[in-house]
Design a protein around this ligand. Structure first.
Ligand SMILES: *Cc1c(COP(=O)(O)O)cnc(C)c1O
Ligand code: SF4
Length: 377
């Protein structure tokens, strides 16, 4: 059995009702797909009107409901108890309707497979709780520290390694960054801060501005890195105000986005990332190797091509972290190595991401290399 004993909001969470300022009111009915992307709603409205249950999601993309046997009395799948469904319409607009195998849908649609118990798949697969050095700060690697900026995300990815992360216990739920700032102030060896989460860009521009200002006041910090899936999911989150704030920072700002499939790179996504890059903020992409989503070399080659065509550098391709509930996404390492090998033959070297895995306790992400390949001397 999965640990379904708690339904409390210590876990990764979509933003709740109180998050949206009252000045916004929602349309009574959800707009039909596909969306008109030329007139995007405010990103907070996009969050508020996101789809929040598997059955609602199935309906929105033209799939029949799940059969009653697999549903809990409240009409949800068991996997949704600890990690609710959350998918904004802006992301769903890139899904092909009536296709249960759509690679984008697969990333957000809960399946009965999530309940399959698999040996080796655990709640905290990368040892994050051991790396917690202060409330809300993970410090695993030399020179870089990661702030769990918030527990909220703009989408719930079913394969997420933090899908059961107890944000409440880590102090990262209330967006109180003072303990994190204090930790960083006392560590002159840290030169780069990574804002992660959750998703740091679910925080308002006003609050981000406060956080960035506090970081800028720490003299030994040189770089600010933002890890966010929001530019992909709700691209209008890249507001003019945000771009201005980041590009005028004393710190060198890098943005790391997260797209797994070329279909995620819509025109409005690429418009915003281009604006970031033109404003002096380098953009990198990380992807996770996922069965049934991007485990074919042609698909990843197309993703990487589209990224570098828009000056985004493919950074990491992650081997799946073995988090409970995600075993149906795992691709064997041997298959991953064959895919990378094939990418090398069709792409320029700078367009091939580093295939890595995170091992608890290691001093960096671990590269996954083909040991059978001989180096000729
Ligand atoms: C992945 C990670 C980083 C960043 O590692 P890079 O190899 O520099 O991208 C930093 N801190 C933590 C805790 C991480 O998990
Ligand atoms: S993969 Fe990123 S965006 Fe998706 S649920 Fe996890 S933390 Fe949130």
């Amino acid at each position: 059995m999965r640990n379904g004993s708690t339904n409390q909001s210590g876990k990764i969470l979509a933003t709740s009702e109180e998050f949206v300022p009252t000045a916004f009111h929602l349309p009574g009915e959800l707009p039909a797909l596909p969306l008109d992307e030329s007139e995007p709603v405010h990103w907070q409205v996009a969050m508020k009107r996101a789809i929040r249950s598997s059955q609602q999601l199935r309906k929105a993309v033209g799939l029949p409901p799940d059969s009653a046997e697999v549903l809990l009395p409240e009409g949800k799948l068991a996997g949704e108890r600890d990690f609710p469904t959350f998918a904004p319409l802006e992301f769903l607009a890139r899904i092909q309707p009536n296709n249960p195998d759509d690679p984008l849908l697969r990333q957000v649609l809960p399946l009965p497979d999530e309940q399959v118990e698999q040996a080796g798949f655990a709640a905290d697969p990368v040892g994050d709780l051991n790396a917690l050095v202060s409330p809300g700060v993970l410090h695993k690697y030399e020179g870089r520290a990661l702030i769990l900026t918030t527990s909220a995300c703009g989408i719930h990815c079913r394969y997420c390694f933090r899908r059961e992360f107890p944000y409440q216990q880590t102090g990262s739920r209330k967006e109180d960054w003072l303990p994190s700032i204090e930790y960083l102030q006392n560590r002159p060896d840290i030169e780069e801060v990574i804002l992660s989460g959750g998703d740091p860009l679910t925080t308002t521009d006003e609050k981000l501005n406060q956080l960035i200002s506090a970081l800028e006041n720490i003299p030994h910090l040189q770089r600010l890195r933002i890890h966010s899936r929001m530019p992909i999911v709700i691209p209008q989150r890249i507001t003019e105000e945000l771009v201005k704030r980041l590009s005028s920072s004393r710190l060198s700002v890098w943005m790391v986005i997260h797209a797994n499939h070329p279909q995620e790179l819509s025109e409005s996504v690429l418009l915003r990332t281009t604006h970031l890059i033109d404003s002096g903020i380098p953009v990198l992409n990380q992807a996770v190797l996922l069965r049934g989503v991007n485990d074919e070399s042609e698909i990843l080659a197309e993703l990487c091509r589209r990224l570098v065509n828009h000056r985004i550098q493919p950074y990491y391709l992650h081997q799946l972290d073995r988090v409970r509930g995600a075993s149906h996404f795992e691709v064997p390492v041997e298959a991953g190595l064959r895919i990378i090998e094939s990418l090398r033959t069709v792409l320029p070297g700078y367009a091939v991401p580093q295939y890595v895995h995170e091992e608890a306790g290691e001093k960096s992400k671990s590269p996954i290399l083909d040991n059978t390949r001989e180096v000729k001397s």
